[in-house]
Write a protein that binds this ligand. Sequence first.
Ligand code: HSE
Length: 323
Amino acid sequence: MTIKAAILGFGTVGQGIYEILQTKRRQLHKLIGDKVEVTSILVHNVHKERFLPDNVIVTDRFDDVLNQKPDVIFEATVGIEPSYSYLKQAIDQHIHVVTANKVMFAACGHKLIQRAEQRIGVGYEATTAAGIPIIGTLTTLLQTNNITKVQGILNGTSNYILTAMQDQNKTFSEALQEAQTKGYAEADPTNDIEGHDAFYKLMILSQLLYEKQPDWSAVSLTGISNLNETDLISAEEKGEKIRHVATLELVDGELKGTVEPLFLPPSHGLFGIEGVDNAISVTGDLVGSVTLRGPGAGQLPTASAMIEDFVQIWQTTPAKQFI
Ligand code: HSE
């Protein structure tokens, strides 16, 4: 059979998914035993010039996507709605879903997972730290450990900006512009530089690890936009680096979260995380502290996480006719 795929959103990440589905065609066939064809792509502006084969339907109506009866939907849009409603409908029609949408998943991911009842795949590796396989590691390889603390650099754009300002004497706006050109920043980079993006990722990890999240308003949240020259000089004088760090800790059964710029000494595990890289340290009662590091944003790392999710889902979830 041919697996029919739909892509919602054809920006940086959506195009990355399309590209990987073409370039890895043979390898995917070998891994999942079937060919994968993109049959529809949902966009805002259907009139924009795109170089796609005629058999790919480009539409601004989600119904057109559903009418193609896709087997999997890759969702690469932003914002809670209409994404959440679309994915609910997809799950109800037994379509596997793979998303990179952090805002939506932090707020509604648990409801999608519940709705899917383990019969339909819900992949969300790409929501958190792009290319770092943190969701897969926690769900499959650290299940017996009680995780008491998670700390990480969870926004690639902020880390890129901080590194460029501290190591290359770039201004904030120069560094931000570079991050935008390289496809790391969100279309509206406010979420990146004000810390919201890292916050959503921390909430996704919280939900996964503890099946709950701290009260959002109780999480102390500060971005990097207010850092000034004095902060940079002060860090340099002390031999420290400023990094934007998200922390979630279980203290006396209570979840405490903070998302803020910190001055890190060289001895800190996140001191050397540079450029667009992210890193996440988890502390488990059996394993101790484990740190994963890798690209935290970018077209191929993010799309890579989505394709790997899809392969995993296809290999492990019952085929449609048995649902
Ligand atoms: N804008 C995000 C970042 C993309 O810079 O981390 C990956 O989630």
